[in-house]
Each structure stands twice: as C-alpha cells, then as structure tokens.
Design a protein around this ligand. Structure first.
Ligand code: ZN
Length: 185
C-alpha cells in the first residue's frame, strides 16, 4: 500500500509520525483520535499516530489505524492531484480521473469513510494479516482482521445497512479487546 503511494504518483510527499504529545497538534483539536491524516497543501500529506491513545493496543489494532490512515492519505492524494484541489477541486476532472471516488465525494459529507467502508476494507484486512504473519508467524485470526477493518467506520451507511445488530455488537467487542489488549497482559 505504502510502496504504491510512493511510486505510482509522486505528486505528494507522505510523512508518518508517531506523536507522544498529541495535544500540541492543532491545539489539541484532534481530540482522543487514534490517528489523523492531514494534507497541509497539495504536496505534503502527513499521518500522525497518537502514541498515548495506542499505548495499550495490540499490534493488530495499531496496524489497523495505520492502514486506515494510509487509505485516507491515498484518497487525499487523489483529490490533491486534481487541478485546484483539494479545496476548489476541478470537479469535472475529478469525476473523469476518479469516477468511483467522485461519487462518494459528491454524495457524502464524510465521503472518505463512506468509500473506505464499501471498497477498502479488504486492503485494511490484508495489511493486518501481513502484520500478524510478520509478528506471530500465523494468519489464523481472520475474523479478527475482518472485525478490525471496521474500526472508525461505524458511522457509515455500510455499517448501518449491511450488518445485523449482533454483528455490530460482536465487532465492537473485538475492537475494544484489541484496543486495550496491553492492559490485560
Ligand atoms: Zn478515518
């Protein structure tokens, strides 16, 4: 995922930082988020991971946040590649170059999460699986990868419309377990 970002379209520079003093970023405006992706201009996209919020999370949970933020970065890069983007983007060019993403941009205020929930969760799962293999030597946690891929997407229409109440509750349980796994050990 990251290699593709760097090689395919060298239009933007991606920076990933692990931040221990989260509150210094934007005067604490990021709240208690696990991570955030910001495009400061069309050339620079930065991902910040909140080391305080993730201090007791499992490796798989942290991987999920990184994958989630990298997909935001990839989407922002696409928008930034459109003339006059990100703000005031040339919408005809956006529609022509990225028809799928444009539909979400046009339809939803929270377009990046809506598109992520519908089309990018498999990428998140593959990323978590790769990290699990690298750290545990096994990819036996398939249902956990699937649950984790919903992290921060529980406000989307895909979450609301494609899952039963029981599935939602099971997923949220997994997320809480993985988020606070370190505290149980
Ligand atoms: Zn997000």
């Amino acid at each position: 995922m990251l290699a593709g970002f760097l090689e395919e379209f060298p239009i933007a520079k991606l920076e990933i930082d692990l931040v221990s003093k989260w509150e210094i970023l934007e005067n604490g405006g990021f709240g208690d988020s696990w991570g955030v992706t910001k495009s400061f201009n069309t050339q620079e996209i930065s991902i910040f991971l909140n080391s305080d919020a993730l201090s007791s999370s499992s490796i798989m949970f942290i991987s999920t946040i990184l994958a989630h933020e990298m997909i935001h970065a990839e989407m922002y890069r696409k928008v930034a590649s459109v003339p006059n983007g990100p703000q005031g983007a040339d919408l005809d060019t956006f529609q022509y170059n990225f028809p799928g993403l444009y539909e979400y941009y046009r339809k939803y205020k929270d377009w990046s999460h809506e598109a992520m929930a519908r089309h990018y969760r498999y990428q998140i799962k593959n990323f978590i699986r790769a990290i699990d293999i690298a750290t545990n030597g096994s990819d036996a946690n398939n249902s956990i990868y699937d649950d984790l891929s919903w992290t921060a997407l529980d406000g989307t229409s895909a979450w609301k419309n494609t899952l039963t109440a029981e599935q939602k509750s099971d997923i949220l349980n997994t997320l809480t377990n993985e988020e606070f796994k370190g505290k149980c050990n």
